[in-house]
Design a protein. Structure first.
Length: 167
């Protein structure tokens, strides 16, 4: 486990080499999406605070605009917030996101809690990024400070290294 100090109290985040906590959440279309169904593929799990917020929209649009880099690395993107599936549907349609936006709505933030990125005081997920390999092991973890956008170059580097390891 990795300690993160941005929440009101330090929390433990699953660490590199650990099995990623499995989950099942509804996507923006109300369809169930289970992490373990992606075994055999790399998965980039992106927790973000809220749909329609400035930094989050910028980050997800950057992923949208560079989705080919993820696909080239045999990676699926799963973006998770505490918003409802209805809000996520409107958000996906407005921003033309074609990857899954998952609703960690109820129980509120349960998956974010399992990954150690839920801020109970504000009721939202922190900006946590987890790259999970085809075997279900965590290979990359970054939790950005509140208000700081993620660096897509970091994802690309981690996915490139993973692609080399997987041959």
């Amino acid at each position: 486990m990795t300690e993160v100090q941005q929440a009101p109290a330090p929390v433990l985040v699953p660490g590199i080499g650990e099995v990623a906590p499995d989950f099942e959440l509804l996507n923006q279309y109300g369809e169930p999406v289970r992490l373990s169904d992606f075994r055999g593929r790399n998965v980039v799990v992106v927790f973000y605070p809220f749909a329609f917020s400035g930094i989050c929209t910028g980050e997800l649009c950057e992923i949208r605009d560079n989705i080919g880099a993820f696909e080239d690395s045999n990676a699926t993107v799963l973006a998770i917030s505490v918003d409802s599936k209805f809000a996520l549907r409107a958000y996906a349609e407005q921003e033309r996101y074609e990857f899954d936006l998952l609703a960690d709505f109820w129980p509120h933030g349960a998956v974010a809690q399992a990954y150690g990125v839920f801020d109970a005081r504000s009721g939202m997920a922190l900006r946590g990024t987890f790259i999970i390999d085809a075997e279900g092991l965590i290979r990359y973890v970054v939790v950005n400070p509140r208000g700081q956008a993620r660096d897509l170059a970091g994802y690309r580097q981690a996915l490139s290294e993973l692609r080399v390891q997987q041959g």
